[in-house]
Design a protein around this ligand. Structure first.
Ligand code: NAD
Length: 526
C-alpha cells in the first residue's frame, strides 16, 4: 500500500491570503486522493481524443487563450499581484508578457520542432533500410508549480504539454490557488474540450496524490526537499519527472565591467519579486580593486527603492509571499550577523507596512563559509564577497550545491564567455541576469541540486513527448545474414562484419559482398 493512501480523503479546504494585507483572499478546495484519481481518469479519456488533434487545432486554442489574457490583462495582473504579493509591474513584465510570448512561440513552432525526422543509419541504408523518428504525446502530464511565478510557470508548461498533444492536470501551490484556477478558466472560455486541462487545487497531499496516480509525466517546480520526495514516489510507477528546484545563483563582477550597469542589474536580480526567484542573485562576487566603489553604488541605489504593496504602480519591492518565507530571511540575516558579515542597509522587517515586508538588504564581508551563502534564502538579500583573480571567481561561484543560473559581468566579452563556460549552471549569462526564463525558445533547468530535465525551448518540448523509432526494410527478397541458424560460414561472415562493416566505410564493406552472398544463399536453403 502506498504512503499517500494514508492521507485524509475527506474534502478539505485551503485558505489563501493577500501577503500585503494579511487578509484572507479566498478559500479553495483541497482535493482528496479519490478526487485526484477521478481527475486522472477523466484526463485519460480526454487524452484519447486530444492526441488525435492537429497542431493547427491545438494552436488555435492556445492563440485564443492569449486573446483572453490580453482582454483581461489588468484584471489578471491584479489577481497575480494580490494573491502572490508581487508588484503589479512585475506581474506584467515577469509573468504575463513572457508567457504570452511563449504561447505564440509554441503555437507557431511546435509542429516544426516535433516534425518526424529521418535518421541517417549509415551502411544499413545500403541494405534497403530506412529509419525515422516520430514524436508521440505521453498521456497525462501533471504540473506541480511553486508559488513564486504562479501564472507563467504552470501556464507555460501547460501550453507546451497541450501543443505536444498531452492532457494536463495543474495542481497550483496552496499559497496561490486562485491564480491556478484562473488558468483553468481561461481555457474553459476558449472552449478547450472538457478535461483536456484540469486544475485541481490543494496542498502537498494533493500533489503527492497526483504523483502517486501513475500518470505519464510530472513537471515539478519547488524546493529540493519536495523534489526528492516526488522523485522517490514517481519511481514507484516509473513516472518520468522534470525537477526545477532551488538555486543559490552567483553573479561575478570583474573590475572592467560597466559598474553602474552591473549595480542596476544586481539590484534587479536580487530584489525583483522580493528575491523570490529561483534564479535570484543570492551571492555576489566583485573584484577586490572595485569592491568599495561597486558596493557604494549598490547601497545608494538600494536605499532609493520604494517598498510598498504590490497594487501600486510605483512599488519597486513588495511583500514576500508568506510568513514562513520571511522567517527564513530573518534567520539567514541573523546568521550573517553572527558570522561577521556587515549589514549595510535593510536587515529588518519594514515596520511601516502591515504585511510580510522585509527591507531590501545589502550585506558586505560575506564569505562562502557563511550559512547565508550556502543555503537558498529566497528573499530580498544581496550578500557581497570579493575575489582577486579570474580562477578564484570561478571556484567561488562553483563552490555550491546548486547550479541553476549564474552571471558574469565584464567589458571583455571573450573573458565573459570563457568564464561562463567554466561555471556549473544550467544557464550562464554574460552582462545579463535572471531573465532568460522569459525566453520561451531557450532551455531552462539546473545542474546539481537545482534539479534535472528541462522546460522551455526544444529541449523542454522533448520532455513532453516520447520519440518512437519507425524502421522499415524495403528489401523484401533476402533473409538477414545474422538470422538463425548459425554455421561456420555465419561466424566467418560476422568476423567480417566486425572488421569491415562496423568501421562505417563503404569501401571496406564491399570486400564482404562475396561472403555475404554465400551466407544469404546458405540461409535461403534452410
Ligand atoms: P515546495 O516544494 O514547498 O512546493 C512546491 C509545490 O509542491 C507546491 O505546489 C506544493 O503544494 C507541492 N508539494 C508539496 N509537497 C508535495 C509532495 N509531497 N508531493 C507532491 N507535491 C508536493 O516549494 P515552494 O516553497 O512552493 O517553492 C519555492 C522553491 O521553488 C524554491 O526552492 C525555488 O528555488 C523553487 N523554484 C524553482 C524554479 C526553477 O525553475 N528551478 C522556479 C521557481 C521556484
Amino acid at each position: 500500500m502506498s504512503a499517500v493512501l494514508s492521507f485524509p480523503t475527506a474534502q478539505d479546504e485551503i485558505i489563501s491570503y493577500n501577503p500585503a494585507t494579511r487578509e484572507e483572499f479566498g478559500r479553495a478546495g483541497c482535493a482528496s486522493v479519490e478526487e485526484v484519481r477521478a481527475a486522472v481518469q477523466k484526463s485519460r479519456q480526454a487524452f484519447e481524443k486530444w492526441k488525435e488533434t492537429s497542431f493547427k487545432e491545438r494552436a488555435r486554442f492556445v492563440m485564443r487563450a492569449r486573446e483572453i489574457i490580453l482582454d483581461e490583462l489588468d484584471e489578471i495582473a491584479r489577481l497575480i499581484s494580490d494573491e502572490s504579493g508581487k508588484p503589479i509591474a512585475e506581474a506584467l513584465s515577469m509573468e504575463i508578457a513572457p508567457v504570452l510570448d511563449l504561447m505564440q512561440y509554441f503555437a507557431r513552432n511546435a509542429a516544426k520542432i516535433l516534425k518526424p525526422e529521418r535518421i541517417n543509419i549509415g551502411l544499413y541504408a545500403t541494405m534497403g533500410r530506412t529509419s525515422k523518428i516520430i514524436y508521440k504525446p505521453l498521456g497525462t502530464v501533471g504540473i506541480i508549480p511553486a508559488w513564486n511565478y504562479p501564472f507563467s510557470i504552470p501556464l507555460g508548461e501547460a501550453v507546451m504539454a497541450l501543443m505536444a498533444g498531452n492532457a494536463v492536470i495543474v495542481k497550483p501551490s496552496e499559497l496561490t490557488p486562485f491564480i491556478g484556477l484562473k488558468i483553468g478558466e481561461i481555457f474553459e472560455k476558449v472552449g478547450l474540450p472538457e478535461n483536456v486541462l484540469q486544475v485541481v487545487t490543494g496542498d502537498g497531499r494533493t500533489g503527492a496524490a497526483l504523483v502517486d496516480a501513475g500518470i505519464e509525466k510530472i513537471m515539478f517546480t519547488g524546493s529540493v526537499a519536495t523534489g526528492k520526495k516526488i522523485a522517490e514516489s514517481a519511481a514507484k510507477h516509473l513516472t518520468s519527472v522534470v525537477l526545477e528546484l532551488g538555486g543559490k545563483d552567483p553573479m561575478i563582477v570583474f573590475a572592467d565591467a560597466n559598474l553602474k550597469l552591473a549595480a542596476q542589474g544586481a539590484i534587479w536580480g536580487a530584489f525583483c519579486n522580493s528575491g523570490q526567484s529561483c534564479s535570484s542573485v543570492e551571492r555576489l562576487y566583485v573584484e577586490e580593486s572595485v569592491a568599495e566603489e561597486f558596493t557604494e553604488l549598490i547601497v545608494e541605489k538600494t536605499k532609493r527603492l520604494n517598498q510598498n504593496s504590490g497594487d501600486k504602480e510605483t512599488t519597486d519591492v513588495a511583500a514576500m509571499s508568506s510568513e514562513r518565507q520571511i522567517k527564513i530571511v530573518e534567520d539567514h540575516i541573523e546568521s550573517f550577523r553572527n558570522e561577521g558579515a556587515k549589514i549595510l542597509t535593510g536587515g529588518k522587517r519594514n515596520a511601516n507596512l502591515k504585511g510580510a515586508f522585509y527591507e531590501p538588504t545589502v550585506i558586505s564581508n560575506a564569505t562562502n563559509e557563511m550559512r547565508g551563502m550556502r543555503e537558498e534564502t529566497f528573499g530580498p538579500t544581496l550578500p557581497i564577497a570579493t575575489f582577486k583573480a579570474e580562477q578564484e571567481a570561478i571556484d567561488l561561484a562553483n563552490d555550491s550545491d546548486f547550479g541553476l543560473t549564474a552571471s558574469v559581468w565584464t567589458g571583455d566579452l571573450e573573458k565573459g564567455r570563457r568564464v561562463a563556460e567554466k561555471i556549473l549552471a544550467g544557464t550562464v549569462c554574460v552582462n545579463e541576469v535572471l531573465y532568460t526564463h522569459g525566453i520561451g525558445q531557450t532551455p531552462w533547468g539546473g545542474f546539481k541540486q537545482s534539479g534535472y530535465g528541462r522546460t522551455h525551448g526544444r529541449h523542454g518540448l522533448m520532455e513532453l513527448v516520447a520519440p518512437q523509432h519507425i524502421h522499415v526494410n524495403r528489401a523484401l527478397l533476402a533473409p538477414n545474414a545474422w538470422w538463425l541458424p548459425y554455421s561456420p560460414l555465419a561466424v566467418e561472415t560476422f568476423r567480417g562484419f566486425a572488421r569491415h562493416f562496423a568501421g562505417g566505410s563503404l569501401r571496406q564493406t564491399i570486400k564482404l559482398a562475396p561472403q555475404l552472398l554465400k551466407r544469404i544463399k546458405e540461409l535461403r536453403g534452410k
